[in-house]
Each structure stands twice: as C-alpha cells, then as structure tokens.
Ligand binder design. Structure first.
Ligand SMILES: *Cc1c(COP(=O)(O)O)cnc(C)c1O
Length: 392
C-alpha cells in the first residue's frame, strides 16, 4: 500500500485490517489477551513460529493498524506505538543505548525530555551533552568516540528554532551514531525527517496526530533493523504500550491530519503577520515569516510554518499575563495541536522550573507567549488576543 498511494489516501485507508464482519470503520479490539485454539497453537505463538496476537502488552490489532498507518505516512519501514510521547523517547533510549554511551541532545527540546536525559538516564550511566539546536558546528564538536545518538526537535518549543536535519544526519553518520527527530510540531504532513536522512522519528501522538486533545499516545519509527529488536524488545517487556482505545482514537485523528494541519498552519501564518504589525509586540517567532532567522532552512525542510506562533509582548510578565487573562475564547492550557486554540506563558509554566539565568540564555523572555493555533475563525482569535494587548 505504501508505494502505490499518496499521503491523503494512506491517511484514511493505510493499514486497514477488516475482521470477518467486514466493518467499514476500523474495529476497536478492546481486549487484553487473545485466545488460542489449542495448547499446541499457544506454544507456536509463544515460540513465534506462528504469527498472531498473544497479549496486548506485545501487540493488539487496533494498535497495529495505527502503527501501519503512521509508518505509511512517515515513509518508515517500521512503527512502534507507545503510551505517550515521553515513553516513545524512553523506549528509544532504553532500547538502543547502554551505560557508558554518550548522547547529544538539542538544548531546545521539550522540558520533560531534558529531565529524562539530563537527570533520570544519567543515573543509569548515560552521558548527555546539550547543544544549541541551530549550531551544527557545536554538534560536531560535541561528538565523542562513544556518541551513539543525536536527538533533536524541529521546530523547537516555544521559540520555533529550526535544526538542519540533513546536516545533523551527516554529523551523526560520520560519528557512527543515529539521528532521532521528534517530529511533533510538523508531523509527516509538513516534514519527513527520514527522507532528510534521520534514522528515527519520534511522535507525541497526544498533539496533532490525535488533534482533538483527547488521549495520550506516542510512536517510534524507523528501519526495522534499528527499532524492532531494541525499542519493541524494551516495550513488550517493560510495558509502556499504547492502549487499543487510544490507538483507535488517534487512528481516526490521522484521517483528518492533513486538512487540520494545513488550515492551522495557514491561520498561524496570518496571525503571525498580524502580530508583527501590532505596536505592543516586541518580536514574533514563526518559521513561516521572512523575519525568522532560519526562514530559508524552514521552507526547505518543511512544507509550511506549522501551527505554533510565539511572540514577545512589550512590558514583560505583567503585560504577557494581561494578554492571557484577557482571553475569553482561547484556552489557557499547556497542550498543543488541538482544534481549540491554546495559549501559555512559558516562563511561569512549561519553563518555570528552569533558573531565570538559564531561561534568559535560552531566549525565553518574561514577555513571551506561545499560541497553538486551532481551527476557530481567525478574526475571533485576533479579537481575543487584542483584548489584553496594549492595556498597560
Ligand atoms: C508533548 C511533547 C512530548 C511529550 O509527549 P507526551 O505525549 O505528553 O508524553 C514530547 N515532545 C514534544 C515536542 C512535545 O510537544
């Protein structure tokens, strides 16, 4: 199916597996285990001489359909679904790395990812260097003989910094390491890291893939030789597997992924242009704007700027909070990728536990706001933000 059809077709029909009832919508197999016809068949299944499900910690047909469909969209040979985006990153590290290995991670990754590599995995002997998302030479310089993995997220959160996937894949491969890209903000609709040379794609399916803020989920994609043994081996044993119910919800989300993301991205571009015109705005961060420092690179590796716009309002935290508190429509919540627009003040929420100095060094000012644009009418969103702007 993968070679024959385009993305839109794969998004609604990829990986379909009908039961004997011939249901049109994909079936939800809400079952923890599967029944065998005989003792002999059970033995064959457990010995992996016969294909088929055993227990939903290992595989489940609904989860498999989700995996096949996402693999088709990313152009990946293999996809392993996980309970959340964070468990996708954990399973990648636990499945592919060992004590004494060295990892290079972009310093602009999701906060929990920083904690995972910088604190938790460090306790198990994994050494991590954090480097600038945009400085390829810094990645090169950080390489050591025991470097096994390079990990990045592009565009980054909340400043929408762009990492050069092709250049960093070259750095990784020259070092005998793998490149993993968290493709959460773009999804395969806007960016295909594997085509740009990455070895592994990570998803928090909680965001755009579900797209309606309902369930948590994640995935790891890449060559079967890279992830089937290690990542799946860890997952089936340790257990942060995707529930069939969540897989079914996200599977249905994939069917509308392209039209949602393109609409959200178009709205985000308009909103970013409008924000740039407002006198109370210090600066707008959006890869689709020519004023973005890596606009050219973004437009080369992404189809469009995506649905996330960040902006610095004049007047610091108080002015930023007035914008947040002035909203009547936009939701004050940390989630993103929803059909409903959300707003956050990173310095006091997602990045609140980082020291003020480190926050300033990362460019996250006290006046910074992040908006994840949904599907509401653009004029209503502008009016909602304008209420709190310039009220100081
Ligand atoms: C939300 C997020 C994650 C973590 O995903 P969960 O599903 O919340 O575990 C990882 N990376 C990025 C870029 C995210 O936005």
């Amino acid at each position: 199916m993968t070679e024959k059809y385009q993305l839109d077709t794969l998004a609604v029909r990829g990986g379909i597996e009908r039961s004997q009832f011939g249901e049109h919508s994909e079936a939800l197999y809400l079952t923890s285990s599967f029944v065998f016809k005989s003792a002999a068949q059970a033995a064959e299944r457990f010995a992996e001489r016969e294909k088929g499900p055993i227990y939903s910690r290992f595989t489940n047909p609904t989860v498999s359909v989700f995996e096949q469909r996402l693999a088709a969209l990313e152009g990946a040979e293999c996809c392993i679904a996980t309970a959340s985006g964070m468990s996708a990153i954990l399973a990648t590290a636990m499945g592919l790395l060992k004590s004494g290995d060295h990892v290079i991670v972009s310093q602009s990754v999701f906060g929990a990812t920083v904690q995972l590599f910088g604190n938790i995995l460090k306790r198990f002997g994994l050494d991590t260097s954090f480097v600038s998302a945009t400085d390829v030479a810094a990645w090169q310089k950080a390489v050591r003989p025991n470097t096994r993995l390079l990990f990045l997220e592009t565009p980054s959160n909340p400043l929408t910094e762009i990492s050069d996937i092709r250049a960093l894949a070259a750095v990784a491969h020259a070092a005998g390491a793998l490149l993993a890209v968290d493709n959460c903000f773009c999804t395969p609709v806007l960016q295909k890291p594997l085509e740009l040379g990455a070895d592994i794609v990570i998803h928090s399916a909680t965001k755009y893939l579900d797209g309606q803020g309902r369930v948590l989920g994640g995935a790891v994609l890449g060559k079967a030789s890279v992830i089937r043994e290690g990542v799946f081996g860890f997952l089936r044993t340790a257990g942060p597997t995707l529930s069939p119910f969540n897989a079914w919800v996200i599977l249905k989300g994939l069917e509308t992924l392209r039209i949602r993301l393109e609409a959200q991205s178009a709205s985000a571009l308009e909103l970013a242009r409008w924000l740039e015109q407002q006198p109370w705005i210090e600066r707008v961060f959006y890869p689709g704007l020519p004023s973005h420092p890596q606009h050219a690179l973004a437009m080369k590796q992404q189809k469009s700027g995506g649905g996330i716009v960040s902006f610095e309002v004049k007047g610091g935290k108080d002015a930023a909070w007035r914008v947040v508190d002035g909203t009547q429509l936009i939701s004050i919540t940390a989630n993103l990728g929803d059909t409903k627009t959300t707003i956050t003040h990173p310095a006091t929420t997602t990045h609140g536990r980082i020291s003020p100095e480190a926050r300033a060094a990362a460019g996250i000012g006290d006046g910074l706001l992040r908006v994840a644009v949904g599907l509401e009418a653009l004029d209503d969103l502008k009016a909602d933000l304008a209420r709190g702007l310039g009220q100081s």
